[in-house]
Ligand binder design. Structure first.
Ligand SMILES: [Zn+2]
Length: 135
């Protein structure tokens, strides 16, 4: 497996934001192409996928990092907005044993509390409303 280790050594392999975006676009174009029956869309999906593969196997780490920084400069706010709900779901699944999530009764802000601490007095960080919650 020495050749494989050598082959993979020093390659980029990072799930940076640009990679995630490229994969998402690939999937979205591919699926819409299939549903709409427009081959052009999945050819386009292939192009995005090739760029994704190229970046992952690239050894020019510096260049890839710079690319991602440039991408985030332009699409960062949009990307974070789109990614946020997914991140929240991911966090909830990850924290399900240690934390409970609830909404502030007054402003509906989502709050995260440690689990198994008994009755807690909660102060909403957004609207400063106090309420009690048993976790
Ligand atoms: Zn609140």
């Amino acid at each position: 497996m020495e050749w494989l280790r050598k082959f993979l050594d020093g390659r980029y392999f990072r799930s940076d934001e640009l990679s995630i975006a490229l994969l998402s676009v690939t999937v979205i174009l591919g699926i819409s192409g299939l549903i709409a029956g427009i081959p052009m869309l999945y050819y386009l999906a292939d192009v995005f996928f090739l760029v994704y593969i190229f970046r992952n196997y690239s050894r020019n780490i510096e260049r890839r990092v710079a690319e991602n920084a440039k991408f985030m400069e332009i699409f960062g706010p949009f990307f974070r907005k789109v990614a946020e709900p997914f991140k929240n779901v991911f966090n909830r699944v990850r924290d399900r044993k240690t934390h409970v999530y609830l909404k502030c009764p007054s402003c509906k802000q989502t709050l995260r509390l440690p689990k198994g601490k008994g009755k807690l007095k909660v102060t909403c960080p957004k609207c400063k409303t106090d309420f009690y919650k048993t976790t």
